[in-house]
Each structure stands twice: as C-alpha cells, then as structure tokens.
Write a protein that binds this ligand. Structure first.
Ligand code: SF4
Ligand SMILES: [Zn+2]
Ligand SMILES: [Zn+2]
Length: 474
C-alpha cells in the first residue's frame, strides 16, 4: 500500500514539471503531492501512538525510525568515502542532507549531486530513493531548519531563485519591513558578495525610518491573539490589549481565536512603557502627535534578524547603526496644533525659527534671540540675502513649496476618487487599513497642513514686508 502511495506521489511530482506556467494546476498538483506525502508520513504517527491511537504497533514505528537513521548514516558514510567528490555533509534533518562541495562550480555541483543521488539510491532497496533536489549557490545555513540561499533547480537555470526556510522573511509574526529589508539585504550579499553594499543599503533604510519616510503598513506587527489564554499577572501582549480596549467600545469587535490583530509602536514620552506605546495603526492617522518609534523599530525589530545572519559573515550590524548620524525630527506638527497664545501662525513660525536653517537655501542661521523677538523686524527662518536681496525669488520658491504640497494631496485624492468612484465634490471617507494609498493620503494631508501653516505664514509676512518696502520707495 505504501509503495503505491509513494509511487503516485512521484508521478504527481513529475507531472508538475511539465506544465510550469499554469499556476492553478501547479498549486493543485503540489497540494496533491503534499497530501500523499502526509498519508505516507502518518504511518509512523498511527503506529507509534500507543496510548491514544487506534492502531498502535510500536515495532513498526521503531523500525521506521531505526531504518531511517541507518539509511541516512549509510548515505553520509558513502558520500564521505568517495574521494573524487570531495564532499562534506554539513547539515541534515530527518530526510534531507546538505552537502558542501568546496570550491566547485555550479555545473560541477549538479554533476556530483546527480552521481551521489544515484549511488545512494542504488545502495538501498527499493523504494528508498535519494533525490537530488537543488544547488544553493551561495547559501547561509543558520540553524536547524533555517537557511537561505540562491536556489538552482537545473543546470540550465540562469537566474537563481531566492529561497528562504524558517527565517524572518517567511515568518509572519514580524513586520513586513523587517522581512523586506532582510530579503533585500541577503540578495545584495549573494549578488555582490560585498558587505559594504549591504551596509549602505541598511543605513539608507535606517535613515528612511528615522526621517519617517516609510509606509505605516510596513511597520504593523500582527501577532495572533488568543483571548482568554493569557496569565493574569503582567500585561498581556499588545495585540490582546488592543483587542480588549476595542471590545470595551464595541463588543462585536472581539477577534476570532487566533486572529492577527495589527499594532504599531509609537514614540512616547520618555519613560513610557512599551505596552503603553503599542497602539492601533489608526492612531497614527487620527492623532497627529503620534509617530512611529524609529529607535525601537531599528534596534528591536530590524537589527536582530539581520544580526543573526550577518554576524556569521563577520559584520556588526548594530555598529553600522551606531555609526550613523541620528536624525532628530523637528516636531513641527505639535507646534502647529497648540498655538493658543499669540495666534496659530506665529507659534508655527517660531517653531520654524527654532530650526536653524534658511528655509530656502538651507544656509545656517544665527541662533534665535528670544528676548529680541519684539524687534521691528520679525524673525523669519530666512537668511539675510534670501530675505532682503532675492525677495522675489524667495517668494517664488516658497510658493512653489506650498503648491507642491497641495498638488500631492490632490493627486492622491484623485487616485481615491477614481478608486471609490466619487464625484470631485464628495468627501473621501475611505480608511482602508490595507491600502497604501490611504496612509500616503493622510500623511500628505498633514504635511500640507503643516506647510500651509508654516511656509504660508512666512509668505504672508514676506509679502507684507515687500509691500511696506514699496511704500517707502514710492
Ligand atoms: S484609500 Fe485606497 S482603497 Fe481607499 S479610496 Fe483611496 S485608493 Fe481606494
Ligand atoms: Zn536663505
Ligand atoms: Zn540664502
């Protein structure tokens, strides 16, 4: 019976090789062969289940284990014994082996692989078969069942395929950002074999995170929440916390057992605990004060998985990050919001003035002297020549900034209008958490509001000044 099942599986598998382009058929056949494999595999399961099982027979079970191990050990011995191959078995689990062929080319590897498979198969009684599956070049073996590499399945294959087992790129409890960056970094390493390239890629990503130029979606954790299974002491995991909070507002939102509840980590007041900073992604949209905690994401989410891989090849990822200049984001937003005393515009302008660069040419400005704030000329975040000599050009540049910000908002709104089929005067209400456009749209809205308040008031001030100067010149 088992023989039949196994042969059917081989048949299905060879059927898969024929029609590679048909995605649905491929999936179907793949599921079939997995099912057959499972049926065969449970032979061990039901024969070894002596207490709860229906058909126990520990003799069969034990002999399966024993034979399996023997077969593998014989195979390893054989592989090591043939000097011509120069092969070394570096890793193996229950039914597969990684053979290291030092210094061989890809084509040689295929030839040797075929030979090994054939000899080992010949050595064993039917239906034991060692199949030569693929060549990894290059490859990183991390630990049991965790490896990545560029996979070649036939000697004629030109472009390798990125194949990862058991590492963050294929696991689901991290963030998409972590997966993307890890995969990209590994590919870079494999293609260029240049750690410098990986380093600059990594640092560029960190810079993006620090400057907030990232999509919120990429930084959503989504862990399974199983309400009712958590211990009473200690705070529950963030996902559960969020789900509970949401249920207080509306009991219908109770998550399914094991549902993934997304959350993000935002920057909080100094000393705020981690679980206080884990919030629903919606918070980032509704609350303009909230922003992703770049430091947390970089050192707790992005670095650890990269460290596990790249430390093997002698790179110190954390040091790469430590070497970087840190970006302090100016939180103009909060200033724009709480402008109670002295009017909104002024307050925002002051926060702009706090930045020490000229708004137009980015020249360094002399530090602001607050006690002289009530001088005849108001402080503007402009250098002398931008303000007095090239006033017209400055105005042009600033108005351009305003226009760009507004245009961005409008472009994104246009996308949504056509997506949601709305007329141009209807309000956009879509808050689809799965749509990247939504995050971009909200971000652009806030950015435009800040620009309007900040740059806008500078423009006004400058226009007044110009007007006044004209009066003098008359
Ligand atoms: S946010 Fe996305 S889904 Fe919603 S209307 Fe815009 S494009 Fe469409
Ligand atoms: Zn300037
Ligand atoms: Zn200037």
């Amino acid at each position: 019976m088992l023989g039949e099942i196994l042969e059917t599986r081989v048949m299905v598998k060879s059927g898969m090789k024929v029609d590679k382009d048909d995605k649905t058929l491929q999936q179907l056949l793949n599921n079939r062969q997995l099912a057959l494999k499972l049926i065969a595999n449970v032979t061990y399961g039901y024969t070894s289940a002596s207490f709860s099982g229906r058909m126990p027979c520990s003799e069969i079970a034990d002999s399966i284990v024993q034979t399996g191990r023997e077969t593998l050990e014989k195979a390893i011995a054989l592989i090591h014994s043939v000097e011509r191959w120069g092969a070394e078995v570096v890793y193996g689990d229950t039914d597969s082996r990684f053979v290291y062929l030092k210094g061989r080319t890809k084509d040689e590897a295929f030839k040797i692989g075929d030979e090994i498979a054939k000899q080992v198969t010949d050595m064993n009684p039917r239906p034991v078969k060692l199949k030569f599956e693929k060549v990894y070049h290059p490859c990183v073996l991390l630990a049991k069942k965790r490896y990545v590499g560029f996979k070649y399945e036939s000697p004629t294959q030109q472009e390798p395929e990125f194949d990862a087992k058991g590492i963050e790129t294929v696991r689901r409890d991290g963030t998409p950002a972590e997966q993307k960056i890890e995969e990209k970094a590994l590919k870079l390493l494999f293609r260029t074999a240049d750690l410098g390239a990986v380093k600059s890629y990594f640092q560029a990503q960190c810079r993006k995170v620090m400057q907030g130029r990232v999509s919120v979606q990429d930084f959503c954790f989504a862990k399974e929440v199983k309400l009712g299974t958590y211990a009473d002491k200690g705070p529950p995991p963030p996902g559960a916390l969020i789900a509970t909070r949401r249920m207080l507002r509306d009991p219908r939102t109770e998550p399914q057992y094991g549902e993934r509840v997304p959350y993000v980590v935002i920057a909080g007041a100094p000393g705020a605990r981690l679980w206080e900073r884990c919030v629903e992604p919606e918070r980032l949209i509704d609350d303009p004060h909230a922003e992703l905690d770049a430091e947390y994401y970089i050192s707790k989410n992005l670095i650890p998985p990269l460290e596990r891989i790249f430390n093997l090849v002698g790179a110190n990822v954390r040091q790469w990050y430590d070497e970087m200049p840190k970006v302090q984001r100016i939180r103009m937003l909060s200033a724009a919001k709480d402008g109670e005393n002295g009017g909104k515009g002024r307050k925002t302008m002051e926060s702009y003035m706090g930045s020490s660069l000229c708004l137009v040419c980015r020249a360094k400005l002399p530090p602001v002297q607050n006690q002289h704030a009530k001088q005849a000329t108001a402080q503007l975040p402009l250098c002398g020549s931008c303000r007095y000599e090239r006033t017209a050009r400055t105005l042009l540049a600033l108005r351009g900034k305003l226009r760009t910000a507004e245009k961005k908002v409008k472009d994104l709104q246009d996308i949504c209008r056509s997506c949601a089929n709305l007329a141009s005067d209807e309000e956009l209400r879509c808050d689809s958490r799965d749509c990247p456009v939504m995050y971009a749209r909200v971000k652009a809205n806030t950015a435009a509001a800040v620009t309007r308040a900040g740059v806008g008031s500078v423009v006004e001030q400058l226009e007044e000044e110009v007007g006044a100067r004209r009066v003098f010149e008359w």
